[in-house]
Ligand binder design. Structure first.
Ligand code: ZN
Length: 59
């Protein structure tokens, strides 16, 4: 079930986030921060760039 994001949600999932040109770029940044285990890169449907999102790995 994919609900359409509101403008505000779009801002949260896109505009308010850092953009990466490639998936490798995004993952590399997570790696540098040492948070690669709890981050996942996703292709943004809005700007077609990559963003990082937090996953529930182990907590
Ligand atoms: Zn985006």
């Amino acid at each position: 079930m994919a609900k359409k994001p509101t403008r505000e949600e779009q801002q949260r999932m896109c505009t308010g986030k850092r953009r990466y040109a490639t998936e490798a770029d995004a993952l590399d940044t997570a790696l540098l921060r040492g948070v690669e285990r709890t981050r996942q890169a996703y292709r943004c449907p809005l700007c077609h760039r990559w963003h990082l999102t937090t996953t529930r790995a182990s907590q």
